[in-house]
Write a protein of this length. Structure first.
Length: 103
């Protein structure tokens, strides 16, 4: 059974030179780091106006991150895995236990 969820892979040149896939991967990584850093900036904003400005920037970053991920997925450069019932049940059990541990 194939547990992969992906699109046909768009082939890119190999070698030392950066290709489209390499550039998009670097962009996605940078956007992920930016969104994490912006989360900290949002929570530590010193006033409401600053928070609102940071929020606008954050919203743009996460939209760009999603668009970049979608582009990679459409080009077959990002492969997802279907989770089977057993894997899902194990995760639910783990999360339920972690929730109980909080109480």
């Amino acid at each position: 059974m194939n547990n992969k969820v992906n699109n046909p892979k768009v082939e890119v040149p190999t070698g030392i030179a950066l290709n489209d896939k390499d550039c998009i991967e670097k962009l996605l990584v940078a956007l992920k780091y930016l969104s994490k850093d912006m989360t900290v900036a949002l929570t530590e904003a010193s006033n409401e106006e600053l928070y609102k400005e940071y929020k606008k920037i954050f919203d743009t970053i996460i939209e760009d991150q999603r668009d970049t991920f979608e582009l990679m997925f459409r080009n077959g450069w990002y492969v997802l895995e279907k989770a089977g019932t057993t894997k899902i049940n194990e995760k639910v059990k783990t999360l339920n236990q972690e929730f109980q541990d909080l109480n």
